[in-house]
Write a protein that binds this ligand. Structure first.
Ligand SMILES: O=P(O)(O)OC[C@H]1O[C@](O)(CO)[C@@H](O)[C@@H]1O
Length: 560
C-alpha cells in the first residue's frame, strides 16, 4: 500500500491560510507604496532567469504560510524521493526520473535505481543520439539513393510531439540552415498529407517517436509515411519494386525512439536505428530524452546538451534552495493559493517571444495531464480543487484578443508573462528598436493589471461621467514576470524545468500522482470500439448509445 498523502486541508497552514485570506484585502498600490523593498525582495534569480513575484496577491505573511504548507505536506522530501528514484508514480508503480536525463556526465554519487546504472544508461543513449545527429548533419547518413537528409519528419503525439515541436520553434535560430524538421501528430490524415506534400522522399528522414509504440495516431501515421515513401520511391523509379528494396528504404529513411524496442522491430525499423529510453520517463517529461532526437539533429548535439544543462540548473535550484527563494516551489504554492483560496479556475501563460508560441500548448499537457485528477495517489478522493486550466497565446496577439477579460472581467486569472531581453532578430523600424517596443507592452500589461486605473484617474482625463465605469481598471490582477537574457538552449531548458517543478509542487500539495494519465484511456478504448461502426458495421452501430448512434448515422449519410 502506498503511503497515504497528507490531506492539505487538515494542516495547520491550511487553516491559517483560510483565516489569512478572509481578512486579506489585496491592494497592490498600497502594498508597493508602503513597502519600497517589495519589488526587490520578491524578485528572485533562477539560473539565467529573473523572476518578479512582487505583483502577486501575497504579503510576506502569505508566503510564510505557504512555506508552512509546503513543509507540512513534505514537499522537499517528496522531491528528494523523486530525484532518488523512489516509485512515486504509484498507480503505474514506477520511478519518476526525468531529472536523471539531464544530470551531467560524471555526476556524483552515481544514480543507481533497482540495480539500473541510470547515469550510465542515460549517457550511453545521449551519445548514440548525438552520434546519429552528427551523421545526419554532416551528410554521412544518407537516404537510399545516397542523398543527404534535408527534412526530418517527427511522427509522434502528446509528449512525443509537443516538447520537440515547442523547443524546435523556440530555438529556430539555432537550426542548421540546410535542415528542416516537420512534426506530424494528428491522426487526421490532413496532417501527414500536408506535411509531406512538397517533400522529396530521397532527402526525407522519418523519426517515429512513441514511448509505448502502441499509440494509434503515431503508428497509423508511421504506416502512412512508410506507404508514401515506398510509393514515391518506386513510382519515381528510385528503388526496385521489391520487398528487399522496400526494406532497404525503411532502414535508411526511418528511425525510432521508444521504450519498446521489440515493437520497433515488428514495425520493420532496424533496432540498430532506434534510440531507447525508460518507463521512468513520462511522455510529457520526455523532451530531454531520446524523444528529442529531432532536436539534436536540428540544433546539433552541443546545443542539445546546453538545453539539458538548463534543465539541470533548475533541478539543482529546486533541490537546494530554501522555500522562500525557491522559484518553482514558490510559484507552485502561489498557484495553490490562487486555486484553493482565491478561487482561480485558470492560469494564463503569456510569452512575449514569438518563438515561444507553442509554449502554452506544451504546458497544457504538462500541467493538465499531470494534475487534472480527482483522486489521490492512494485512490481516495482529493480533498480540494485541483488542476486549473492552463492556456495562453504570445503577446501582443493575446492583447488584441482576450486580455479584455483578464483586465476587466469578473474572474481572477493569474498570469505568467515571459520575455527575453535580446531578440534573435533585432529589427529596427526607422529609429525604433522594434523589440524594445514589443517589451514596452510586456511591462505595460503587468503594470496595468497590478495597479489598474481609478475612477478619479479616468475622470481626470475628461471622460464623460456615464463612460467612467467602463473605463475603470480594478487592478490587483496577479502576474509573475519572467525575464531571460535571450532564448538560448539553456534558457529554454530552464523554462521547461521551472514549469515541471511548479506542476510537481502543486501535485504534492493536492496529494495526487502527477505522473499517470488514466483519464485519456477511456476515449482511446471507445474510439477502437466505435471504429467498425463508422466504417459501416451495422452491429457495431447498433451497440452505440442513441446519441452516438444517430451522430454516426448522420456522418454516414453525409459521407460522399
Ligand atoms: O509516446 P506515446 O507512447 O506514443 O504516447 C503519446 C502520448 O499519449 C499519452 O499517453 C496520453 O495522451 C501521453 O501521456 C503521451 O505523451
Amino acid at each position: 500500500m502506498p503511503t497515504p498523502p497528507i490531506d492539505p486541508t487538515t494542516t495547520s497552514a491550511w487553516q491559517a491560510l483560510s483565516e489569512h485570506e478572509s481578512t486579506l484585502r489585496p491592494d497592490l498600490r498600497t502594498w508597493f507604496a508602503q513597502d519600497p523593498e517589495r519589488a526587490q525582495r520578491l524578485t528572485l534569480p533562477l539560473a539565467d532567469l529573473t523572476v518578479d513575484l512582487s505583483k502577486n496577491l501575497v504579503t510576506d505573511e502569505t508566503i510564510a504560510l505557504l512555506a508552512r504548507l509546503a513543509d507540512e505536506v513534505q514537499l522537499t522530501d517528496r522531491f528528494a524521493a523523486m530525484l532518488a528514484g523512489e516509485r512515486i508514480n504509484v498507480t503505474e508503480d514506477r520511478a519518476v526520473l526525468h531529472t536523471a536525463l539531464r544530470r551531467p556526465a560524471g555526476a556524483q554519487p552515481p544514480l543507481v535505481v533497482d540495480g539500473q546504472q541510470v547515469d550510465e544508461d542515460v549517457q550511453r543513449v545521449l551519445a548514440e543520439v548525438s552520434a546519429f545527429a552528427e551523421k545526419v548533419r554532416s551528410g554521412a547518413w544518407t537516404g537510399v539513393t545516397g542523398e543527404r537528409v534535408r527534412t526530418v519528419v517527427n511522427i509522434g503525439i502528446g509528449g512525443s510531439d509537443l516538447g520537440p515541436v515547442m523547443v524546435y520553434e523556440a530555438l529556430a535560430p539555432y537550426v542548421a540552415d540546410d535542415l528542416e524538421v516537420r512534426f506530424v501528430s494528428n491522426i487526421d490524415p490532413t496532417d501527414l498529407a500536408q506535411k509531406t506534400a512538397d517533400l522529396d522522399p530521397t532527402t526525407t528522414l522519418f523519426i517515429v517517436a512513441s514511448k509505448t509504440f502502441t499509440t494509434l495516431e503515431t503508428l497509423t501515421n508511421a504506416r502512412l509515411a512508410r506507404a508514401w515513401l515506398w510509393e514515391r520511391l518506386v513510382g519515381e523509379g528510385r528503388i526496385e519494386d521489391t520487398d528487399e528494396a522496400r526494406r532497404g528504404a525503411v532502414a535508411q529513411h526511418f528511425v525510432a525512439v521508444s521504450t519498446a524496442l521489440d515493437k520497433v522491430a515488428e514495425f520493420g525499423i532496424d533496432p540498430a536505428n532506434a534510440f531507447g529510453f525508460w518507463d521512468w520517463v513520462g511522455g510529457r517529461y520526455s523532451v530531454d530524452s531520446a524523444i528529442g532526437t529531432s532536436l539534436a539533429i536540428a540544433i546539433g548535439p552541443d546545443a542539445f546538451r546546453e538545453l539539458l544543462a538548463g534543465f539541470h540548473a533548475v533541478d539543482e535550484h529546486a533541490r537546494t534552495t530554501p522555500f522562500e527563494r525557491n522559484v518553482p516551489f514558490l510559484m507552485g504554492l502561489l498557484n495553490v493559493w490562487y486555486v484553493n483560496f482565491l478561487g482561480a479556475h485558470t492560469h494564463a501563460v503569456l510569452p512575449y517571444a514569438q518563438q515561444l508560441h507553442r509554449f502554452p500548448a506544451y504546458l497544457q499537457q504538462l500541467t493538465m495531464e499531470s494534475n487534472g485528477k480527482s483522486v489521490r495517489w492512494d485512490g481516495t478522493p482529493v480533498t480540494t480543487q485541483t488542476g486549473e486550466v492552463f492556456w495562453g497565446e504570445p503577446g501582443t496577439n493575446g492583447q488584441h484578443a482576450f486580455y479584455q477579460l483578464i483586465h476587466q472581467g469578473t474572474r481572477l486569472i493569474p498570469a505568467d508573462f515571459i520575455a527575453v531581453a535580446n531578440p534573435a532578430y533585432p529589427l529596427r523600424d526607422g529609429e525604433t528598436d522594434v523589440h524594445a517596443l514589443f517589451l514596452a507592452n510586456f511591462f505595460a500589461q503587468t503594470k496595468a493589471l497590478a495597479f489598474g486605473k481609478t475612477a478619479d484617474e479616468v475622470r481626470a482625463e475628461g471622460t464623460a461621467e456615464e463612460i467612467v465605469p467602463a473605463r475603470v481598471f480594478s487592478g490587483n490582477r496577479p502576474t509573475t514576470s519572467i525575464l531571460a537574457p535571450a532564448l538560448t538552449p539553456s534558457v529554454v531548458g530552464q523554462l521547461i524545468a521551472l514549469y515541471e517543478h511548479i506542476t510537481f509542487a502543486q501535485g504534492v500539495v493536492w496529494g495526487i500522482d502527477s505522473f499517470d494519465q488514466w483519464g485519456v484511456e477511456l476515449g482511446k478504448k471507445l474510439a477502437l470500439e466505435i471504429a467498425p461502426a463508422v466504417q459501416g458495421d451495422a452491429a457495431a452501430l447498433d451497440a452505440q448509445d442513441p446519441s452516438t448512434r444517430s451522430l454516426i448515422a448522420r456522418y454516414l449519410e453525409l459521407r460522399d
